[in-house]
Write a protein that binds this ligand. Structure first.
Ligand code: LRH
Ligand code: MN
Ligand code: MN
Length: 401
């Protein structure tokens, strides 16, 4: 099958197919610097040969992901894991590797001072320290040309009565307002939520509703980050996507797969149908385009599989889900929905999901001068063996950095 006959719609016009191809060619996905370092579980971090020793080498590896997929032009950094002397120089280096700096992630979970909270802490001194860390991140955003300040708040409590739930929300709102006020006019604050971990009784931003309320209070440039691994089992994530898009506050995805907890496995590995349903909400609501304000990011670790190939695989999984979502026959689906044709509507949806879009994506890559199979092409390039010889003593993804 070729791109010309890959369609879920028997009678789809050439124009419709051209639209699908154009949408896929415009799609971009941001990769995280920490995906390239050694990682594991709290039981064991497995060392891989040739992993990056510093942020410069992480950007070089990210450049490879972009080189072979053609759709990964930005890299998220994490401070302090990616701290360097000269951020102008780091941005220059990124450009040389064919990428630019994406979101700057702050870190509030590795400092002894934050045992009882950071932006929510009862002590003004500790809250000020946590706010100051974000001001430093905003400086780094200025130097690197980054648009998004990404905050995942690890704060919470372990025992009922330990602290005031609403008092912590008040302190959080104040701290976030100070950070937001320091942003430039073209910069955004993107706020992640997670319902569990590291605390066991309450998390201070456990869900999209809490994140959204803080964003609404902050202003237009505060947006919610949806990490696909941060929900209770069986949560209908595509429903959340639809709600946040309606509110105009879906700022970004952190894509990954979860089997049990916040597993950070390759996106599309655990539940490709869920990924398709999520991408359908995106494509059917016009949120795929670069100017939609939705940033598509990966937040993953590759513990036992090769890292660069793991990132490429993840990107391909998102591309496949997106292609299938774009193939849903919108007109026929709407007609079926309006007619109350439950089975007809569902089968149109499933027809698109069950389409093999791999030939279409291979054709799109070939038209761009890319190898149709990016993983095979990257593996054949010998890059891994080359860097393994050059890089001795690679570091961990972050926790050991
Ligand atoms: C912790 C976490 C979170 C952040 C990342 C840096 O859960 O995975 O999702 O985005 O660390
Ligand atoms: Mn995340
Ligand atoms: Mn996470």
């Amino acid at each position: 099958m070729t791109a010309t006959d890959t369609t879920a719609r028997g009678g789809a016009s050439a124009d419709a197919r051209a639209d699908v191809v154009a949408a896929l060619r415009a799609q971009t996905i941001e990769v995280p610097s920490w995906a390239f370092g050694n990682s594991g579980t709290r039981f064991k971090v497995f060392p891989h040969a040739g992993v990056p020793r510093d942020p410069y080498e992480k950007l070089a590896d990210a450049g490879q992901v972009n080189l072979y997929t053609g759709i990964a032009p930005r890299v998220s950094l994490h401070i302090p894991w990616d701290k360097v002397e000269d951020y102008d120089d780091l941005a220059r280096h990124a450009k040389e590797q064919g990428v630019s700096i994406g979101a700057i992630n702050s870190n509030l979970f590795q400092d002894d001072d934050y045992m009882l909270g950071s932006l929510t802490h009862a002590s003004p001194r500790i809250r000020a320290k946590a706010v100051a860390h974000h001001l430093e991140c905003i400086e780094i955003m200025r130097a690197t040309g980054s648009r998004d300040l990404k905050i995942w708040l690890p704060d919470g409590t372990n025992y009922p009565g330990q602290d005031s739930i609403s008092g912590r929300q008040d302190r959080l709102a104040e701290s976030l307002a100070e950070i937001y006020a320091a942003l430039g006019a073209d910069q955004r604050l993107i706020l992640e939520y997670k319902f569990f971990e590291p605390y066991t009784y309450t998390m201070d931003i456990p869900d999209w509703g809490t994140s959204l309320l803080h964003c609404l209070a902050l202003g237009e440039r505060a947006m919610v980050v949806l990490d696909t691994g941060h929900h209770a089992p069986n949560t209908n994530i595509e429903f959340i996507v639809a709600q946040l898009l309606r509110a105009g506050r879906l700022g970004a995805f952190d894509f990954n797969s979860r089997f049990y907890a916040d597993d950070d496995m390759m996106v599309g590995a655990a539940d490709p149908f869920q990924l398709f349903r999520i991408m359908y909400e995106i494509t059917s609501n016009g949120a795929l385009a670069a100017d939609s304000g939705v940033s598509f990011m990966l937040d993953q670790n590759h513990n036992i599989e090769p890292k660069i190939q793991g990132q490429i695989r993840s990107i391909m999984n998102i591309q496949e889900a997106t292609a299938k979502a774009l193939l849903v026959d919108a007109e026929a689906l709407l007609a079926a929905q309006l007619a109350g044709d439950v089975l007809g509507a569902n089968s149109l949806f499933m027809d698109a999901y069950n389409t093999d879009v791999r030939p279409l994506l291979a054709d799109i890559r070939a038209a761009q001068g890319l190898a149709p199979d990016p993983i095979a092409a990257f593996t054949a390039s010998g890059y891994v063996a080359k860097v393994a010889a050059e890089r001795v003593g690679g570091t961990q993804a972050g926790w050991g950095a």
